[in-house]
Design a binder for this molecule. Structure first.
Ligand SMILES: Nc1ncnc2c1ncn2[C@@H]1O[C@H](COP(=O)(O)OP(=O)(O)OP(=O)(O)O)[C@@H](O)[C@H]1O
Length: 251
């Protein structure tokens, strides 16, 4: 599912949070939004998963305006992983991941063998199969994060939205998570904080500051001493390895 945002404006009270944001997520590529705290990254994702509504501008999915899609239609194709949160009720790991299949089932339809197979596969991918009978509430922050990714994988999305998905993960699982997502070969829009990890896994970067996208392009085009100075206000030297790893030396 392709996503296009055109000239998106969004504010809360007097505060203008997004000031004309335009972006595209297509080509089964991994797109990342980077930017300082408070620049509007999460707000933009909230508009996409309809927690908030834009004041102006057009959001379209496969060429059709977002508001013309039903929630169920979008849930069949769009999965969202935010930072782990508390659930209203407690479930086992397996039950939570199985919820990823809900959009694909009709009313009162029971899950089938394929649904359980997808759940199993997702749990293996995030290395949580052994803990499938554990209660979600008993998991560590990083384990919860991996379960939420597994739920999104079980959903078989064609557009995956990730909001700082690797925050609670140690470096091994951060690398694993981003590699899993990259290998899905679906449209991905991620909000990340780690510039180096973003460069390593993203095909395309959007660099945001104060509600506007100031730089965009491949990681090499986007991450430069000039852009880091403008967006984050830090001085740096940037060199690149052959496998698209940015070596950022902060001065
Ligand atoms: N409910 C709210 N009421 C008032 N201001 C809000 C609200 N939600 C967000 N904001 C403000 O909007 C701005 C953008 O917030 P947002 O969470 O989108 O930024 P972000 O780029 O995701 O930040 P971070 O990197 O810190 O997660 C911030 O200044 C924030 O304080």
């Amino acid at each position: 599912m392709d996503l296009i945002c055109q000239d998106i404006h969004f504010g809360l009270g007097e505060k203008k949070i997004l000031k004309g944001v335009s972006l595209k997520v297509e080509g089964n590529q991994f797109h990342t939004i980077l930017g300082p705290n408070g620049s509007g990254k999460t707000s933009l994702l909230k508009l996409l998963y309809r927690q908030e509504k834009a004041d102006k501008g057009l959001i379209s999915l496969d060429g059709k305006p977002l508001e013309q899609w039903t929630l169920k239609e979008t849930a069949k194709q769009m999965a969202v992983v935010t930072q782990f949160n508390q659930l209203q009720f407690d479930c086992t790991v397996e039950e939570i991941v199985l919820l990823g299949r809900t959009p694909h089932l009709s009313f009162l339809q029971k899950e089938k063998e394929r649904d359980y197979a997808l759940v199993q596969d997702a749990l293996v991918k995030v290395d949580m199969l052994e803990k499938k009978t554990r209660l979600y509430s008993s998991l560590s922050g990083g384990e919860k994060q991996r379960v939420l990714l597994a739920r999104a994988l079980a959903q078989e999305p064609t557009l995956l939205l990730l909001d700082e998905p690797s925050n609670h993960l140690d470096i091994k699982y951060q690398l694993d998570l981003l590699a899993i997502v990259k290998n899905l070969k679906v449209n991905v829009l991620a909000v990340l904080h780690d510039i180096q990890l973003a460069c390593r896994y993203s095909d395309y970067l959007y660099l945001m500051k104060e509600g506007e996208i100031l730089y965009q392009g491949t990681p090499k085009e986007t991450i430069t001493p000039e852009s880091l100075q403008t967006v984050y206000g830090v001085q740096s030297q940037v060199t690149w390895t052959e496998d698209q790893q940015a070596m950022i030396h902060y001065l």
